[in-house]
Design a protein around this ligand. Structure first.
Ligand SMILES: Cc1ncc(COP(=O)(O)O)c(C=O)c1O
Length: 408
């Protein structure tokens, strides 16, 4: 993978602040965007800006064709069997909320159980925690091992025959732990065969090849903005066999077949869940992001990530006062490393690094239950993508040395 030429596609990497370049180590929060994606979004606004599905004129048809082509591109990228299984939302958070609201309003009944995990991002924990009591549903979760991985051994104690929804992340945004999705889905199905299984792939989709149909789950959610695409676009894959369990989440234009005074008839998937004018330019730009990733190849992207992880780990090993959260084997984790520095708050670490334009995340990374389970208030986090270099890691460690000097 030619990282030097890849970096030329990312305008933000040429920016200087305080006469210093930017070292962007926060791609798990959002990735940078290549020029190809920005130009494609621009193309819609400049050349065929019209609403989709509605116009009986050329440019509206052109916009519709571009938009729908991305559904096909997305279907192929995630190895779905049918483009109608791809729903465009605003982000992973909306995809997961859509599932939650749709499932509570028909599929879930009083006394049923929803099981999540303690290492989830808030967007895959709070909707279930909040809605369960309203519908008389029991909310439970699986814990983590000392390594910061999902405690799969405890799954058979928490999941029961009454578990109607099981939802978990494929890659943790804190420990980076990669879950064995195939195995977990199998284990859950063995206990509760008709369980609706959801995979949060927000941190997996940008970094590794995903086979949504092969995973055997019922729904998968992710965000365009973490995989080189525009913000404001999410993907929700729902298997055709499971879509009947979902009631509409939003009512309005484009999801309607007919409206009478006393009732309405709705379209099928995916339009049933795409009410209103969507983020047309965003979807079209997202298609370009997928093409960009495909051109490099997901295998190469993953290999680059493991290389950067290994390099960072070898450097971290010299710092006895830094504790890394999650598995120590780079092959078992995604491109994030969250850590704590003894005696220094994560916000102080991030603030001092920022003086050298080193962009990292600090706090609980929207995973407060996970931090509580690990008995730490917060952590600092670096995360990587296709444009990250070993030089970036070296600069980061020079910054860490400065942080330690300031606090010594
Ligand atoms: C694992 C995981 N799930 C869900 C989300 C939410 O993504 P979004 O903010 O795009 O909705 C994130 C964001 O960081 C994440 O890391």
């Amino acid at each position: 993978m030619d990282v030097t030429s890849i970096r030329k596609d990312f305008p933000q990497l040429t920016r200087f602040i305080r006469n210093k370049p930017i070292v962007y180590l926060d791609s798990a929060a959002t990735s940078l965007k290549p020029i190809q994606v920005l130009e494609k979004e621009d193309e819609y606004y400049k050349k065929y800006c019209a609403n989709i599905f509605r116009g009986i004129y050329d440019i509206s048809e052109e916009a519709t064709a571009e938009y729908e082509a991305v559904r096909e591109i997305t279907k192929n990228f995630f190895h779905s069997n049918d483009a109608n299984e791809i729903i465009f939302t605003r982000n992973t958070t909306e995809s997961l909320n859509l599932l939650a609201y749709s499932l509570y309003r028909g599929y879930l009944h009083k006394g049923d159980e929803v099981v999540s995990t303690i290492l989830e991002h808030h967007s895959n924990f709070v909707p279930w925690q909040q809605l369960s009591p309203e519908y008389g549903v029991v909310f439970n979760y699986i814990g983590v091992t000392n390594e910061g991985e999902l405690d799969v051994q405890s799954l058979s104690k928490v999941v029961t025959a009454k578990t109607k929804v099981f939802t978990f992340t494929a890659v943790s945004n804190v420990s980076g732990a990669i879950a064995d999705v195939y195995d977990i889905v199998k284990r859950v199905r063995k206990i509760s065969p008709s369980c609706f299984i959801i995979v949060d792939a927000a941190q997996a989709a940008p970094h590794m090849e995903i086979h949504v149909s092969g995973w055997g789950a019922d729904a998968v959610a992710c965000s365009s903005h973490k995989m080189l695409g525009p913000t404001g676009i999410g993907v929700l894959w729902v298997s055709a066999r499971s879509s009947g369990h979902l009631k509409p989440f939003l009512y309005g234009g484009e999801m309607i077949k007919a409206v009478y005074k006393d009732r309405s008839e709705f379209k099928e998937m995916p339009h049933l869940f795409e009410a209103g004018t969507p983020h047309i330019a965003g979807v079209i730009g997202f298609g370009k992001a997928i093409e960009y990733l495909e051109k490099i190849g997901m295998e190469k992207i993953r290999r680059h990530e493991v290389d950067i992880l290994s390099y960072a780990f070898s450097k971290f090993s010299k710092y006895k006062d830094i504790t890394i959260i999650g598995p120590k084997d780079p092959r078992k984790r995604g491109g994030v490393i969250a850590f704590t520095v003894k005696g220094i708050h994560s916000h102080d670490v991030a603030q001092i690094l920022n003086e050298d334009n080193i962009c990292i995340r600090a706090g609980n990374h929207c995973a407060m239950p996970f931090h509580t389970a690990l008995n730490i208030p917060s952590s600092a986090r670096i995360s990587f993508y296709i444009y990250t270099t070993r030089d970036d890691i070296d600069t980061f460690f020079r910054g860490i040395d400065r942080v330690k000097k300031v606090f010594s």
